[in-house]
Ligand binder design. Structure first.
Ligand code: NAD
Length: 405
């Protein structure tokens, strides 16, 4: 199949390009390198160095002997999106090209507006490019499990049956997003659901759990094929950030009690799931929702797992809970369904512990890079709407004390 990856320079996008080409698909991609700028704005960088796109493309060609067509530009530019559709004629488009950070969206008004505008407009452009130029192209859109929030009921895959005052109907399950970023995903989901109904396009909306991992086998040891791995407060997600903290023997810092539960999935398994969604498209006019994660864990439990694996590698790390900068329930029920991808053939195979062991061995050589930017590890973006610029490690002690009180 011809698969267009929107957001191909990102953590998932660069990995997915390799995974799909290696399994027989033809790939093109679009990116405007905004993720590189956002992380620089947070005064950080990827723990694993990433090559400029020109070098990435060269490395890709040498490894896979396949051409990867890359378009540099903004998904908000409809003329670019139209040009890509006309030239590449994709069978499927995987939309990863959004700003994925809750804390980044909570910095201030400008960041909230930017994240929502970027994410909603890019989705609109892909919807209309499909309608105008390629009505049979299947849209695979990355949403997030965060769209649902943490309701006190089981979470279905998108829809549920309701009986109210004696009448029954099937409704989209209510979304209770916890940040402006997560709401941008909800708005995208609603727009896609409406587009399937009115324009007749086919779409899979993937509510993905938190992804972790440094590599897939296909990357080998060519540094041009490595994907990024961030650890700053805005773009470093839970296990990835803990793994980077561990290799510099920095305390692991769950927020609040750490009893918050979330769905997690290793990078290599996220790739398998996306491939299944691409190869088994939704019907024309169908809007379907997959919950994509391997296992549910508490944040504190994951910090303990990273601590345990690190200790086996001779790394001595403490777990220090910080005052929670987010507004979220710390004690809650959490039981999301996740059977649709399993029905298509997905079986989780990699344990968190095994994946963390691989991550730590990939990250140990990058100690100096992480150490140099360790100031970006601690959260100063507060959900209350202001930013607290703090000092460094002295603050961890103070924050840990507050978090435990
Ligand atoms: P990422 O930031 O690494 O990748 C997104 C890519 O899109 C970046 O390379 C960025 O430069 C590009 N981009 C953003 N806006 C663009 C625009 N207007 N024009 C062109 N390019 C643009 O993020 P990721 O971790 O690879 O996540 C990909 C998607 O998956 C996101 O939508 C994210 O919300 C979703 N997701 C990720 C995770 C995770 O744990 N990584 C979990 C759940 C959902």
């Amino acid at each position: 199949m011809r698969v267009l990856i929107a957001g191909i320079d990102g953590y998932l996008g660069w990995t997915l390009a390799q995974y799909l080409v290696d399994t027989g698909h033809e790939v093109a991609g679009i990116d405007n390198y905004s993720r590189r700028s956002w992380v620089a704005e947070m005064d950080s960088w990827s723990a694993i160095p990433i090559a400029p796109m020109s070098e990435r493309l060269q490395g890709f060609h040498e490894r896979y002997r396949e051409k990867l067509t890359f378009y540099e530009g903004d998904l908000q530019d409809y003329s670019l999106v139209e040009k890509v559709f006309n030239e590449f004629e994709p069978n499927a488009v995987v939309h990863l090209g959004e700003c994925p950070s809750a804390p980044y969206s909570m910095i201030d008004r400008d960041h909230a507006v930017y994240v929502q505008t970027n994410n909603i407009n890019s989705t609109f452009n892909l919807i209309f490019a499909i309608k105008d130029h390629s009505p049979e192209t299947h849209l695979v859109k990355l949403g997030t499990m965060g769209e649902y929030g943490t309701p006190n009921t089981d979470i279905p895959e998108g829809f549920f049956d309701v009986e109210y005052r004696g009448r029954r109907d099937r409704f989209p399950y209510p979304r209770q997003a916890p940040s402006w970023y997560h709401w941008s995903k909800v708005h995208g989901s609603n727009n896609i659901m409406f587009a399937c109904k009115t324009l007749g396009i086919s779409a899979t909306d993937i509510m993905q759990g938190v992804v972790f991992g440094t590599q897939i086998e296909q990357m080998g040891d060519d540094p041009r094929l490595s994907t990024r791995l961030d650890f700053d407060q805005a773009f470093g997600t839970a296990i990835n950030r803990f793994a980077c903290q561990a290799v510099i023997e920095h305390p692991l810092t769950p927020y609040g009690k750490g009893s918050q539960q979330r769905g997690f999935i290793p990078l290599r398994e996220s790739m398998k799931c996306l491939k299944l969604a691409i190869e088994n498209p939704a019907a024309m006019g169908e809007y379907r929702v997959f919950n994509q994660f391997a296992e549910v864990h508490s944040i504190d439990g994951l910090a303990r797992t990273v601590q345990h694996v690190a200790s086996g590698l001779g790394l001595d790390v403490e777990v220090k809970n910080l005052e929670n900068p987010r507004m979220e329930l710390e004690e809650h029920y959490y039981n999301p369904d996740h059977s649709k991808l399993r029905e298509l053939g997905y079986t989780p195979t990699q344990s968190v512990e095994d994946e963390v062991r691989i991550m730590l061995s990939d990250l140990i050589p990058q100690r100096e890079r992480i150490e140099e930017k360790k100031g970006s590890l601690l959260p100063d973006v507060q959900w209350g709407g202001y930013r607290r610029r703090s000092g460094y490690l002295g603050d961890i002690e103070a924050q840990a004390a507050e978090g435990q009180s």
